[in-house]
Design a protein around this ligand. Structure first.
Ligand code: PMP
Length: 356
């Protein structure tokens, strides 16, 4: 760190992304990526002609993609915002709304929320999840603070019902409520139908998980027109070309081929349920998941030990060192064959080791 860095950034702890190792080929179940390729139309769209067009700036209005998303989800184009991954959108939301009144989120949730709160000097009101990792939605009612909830939550996989979300949105009319639906396509009830009713609601989504486009960096959000206008103002004040031409094009192709997304999500959900059964049989406690990952623990072997033993056998999962999460590993749901290999190795580890 240099002596020039702004003082309030000096103690800030940056977000730590999951490992992207290069030392060997792992079965990668650590960053909730989709094991299936993007929609077939994506590869077909990558032509020499499109590469030639890279000399031109991308469309700063992102209109083509916003229109396609609006039509797929039956909202107006002015209700749609797109960003360079949903992280980019969350960044704009915290930039816009967190400082004034402070921001509330759970103790065990997406790690970026607390980073953004610090980045923007917002007071964070952190509510601990209950012992079973469920979220008590009543704590977020009548707060008069910005609220950010991942629904379904990560890394737990648990979700709130639409009526619980509505209660939070309804009882905080003077503050913005952000529902981060990064994993909604794998289960859970979307809050999207509420955006026409509540001007304080933002629903954030991503192409990274259900649409197999994590490397393209593309996220989208739905909200009332006034909030979308705020976000556009901030985007045009930082980087109006934040989404590159190819990503915009490939995003449109993916939305056009939405049936492919629905099919891959169905496959992942089926694999998830099979994996839950196998892990439960082996003796794991598995939190019921509405996502493309599982949060699970095994008696007598710590999360770190499981993580390390799996890594030694070529399988990467994620371990979160916090006091309440240290017994668990988070396992991204891969293909059927990847998960068969995973359970095979897990059987060996749980049978053999001396982990006392
Ligand atoms: N929200 C949640 C809950 C996530 O788990 C992630 C992925 N790490 C994101 C947002 C960000 O995803 P992306 O920037 O790839 O859209």
């Amino acid at each position: 760190m240099s002596r020039f860095l702004k003082e309030s950034y000096q103690a800030m702890r940056a977000y730590v992304p999951g490992e992207q190792p290069r030392d060997m080929a792992y079965i990668k179940l650590n960053t909730n990526e989709n094991p299936y390729p993007p929609a077939p139309a994506v590869a077909q769209a990558l032509t020499a002609g499109e590469v030639e067009k890279l000399r031109l700036y991308s469309d700063p209005t992102c209109l083509g993609l916003r229109e396609k998303l609006a039509s797929l989800y039956a909202v107006e184009t002015e209700n749609v915002f797109v960003g360079n991954g949903s992280d980019d959108i969350l960044n704009f939301l915290f930039m816009a709304y967190s400082r004034e009144k402070g921001v509330a989120f759970a103790d065990i949730t997406y790690g970026f929320y607390s980073v953004y709160a610090t980045l923007y000097g917002a007071e964070a009101c952190v509510f601990p999840l209950k012992a079973d990792f469920s979220l008590d939605y009543t704590e977020y009612c009548c707060l008069n603070k910005m609220v950010v909830i991942a629904n379904p939550n990560a890394p737990t996989g648990l979700s709130l019902s639409l009526s619980q979300i509505e209660e939070i949105v309804k009882t905080n009319p003077e503050a913005v409520v952000v529902i981060d639906e990064a994993y909604i396509d794998f289960g859970g009830e979307s809050a999207l139908p509420l955006i026409s009713k509540y001007e304080n609601l933002v629903v954030v989504r991503t192409f990274s998980k259900s649409r197999s486009m994590a490397g393209a960096r593309l996220g989208y959000a739905f909200a009332g027109k006034a909030i979308i206008a705020d976000l556009e103002k901030l985007r045009y004040s930082t980087n109006p070309y934040n989404i590159n031409r190819l990503t915009l094009l490939l995003g449109e192709k993916t939305v056009e081929e939405n049936d492919y997304t629905l099919q891959t999500c169905e496959k992942i959900v089926a694999t998830r349920e099979k994996t839950v059964l196998r892990l439960t049989e082996i003796g794991f406690t598995v939190i019921p998941s509405k996502t493309n990952f599982l949060f699970a623990k095994y008696p007598g072997i710590s999360g770190k030990q499981l993580y390390e033993a799996l890594k030694a056998k070529g399988i990467l999962v994620r371990h979160f060192a916090g006091e309440r999460t240290k017994d668990y590993i988070r396992i991204t749901v891969g293909t059927d064959s990847q998960m068969e290999r995973f359970t095979e190795i897990i059987r060996e580890i749980t049978r053999g080791g001396n982990y006392a």
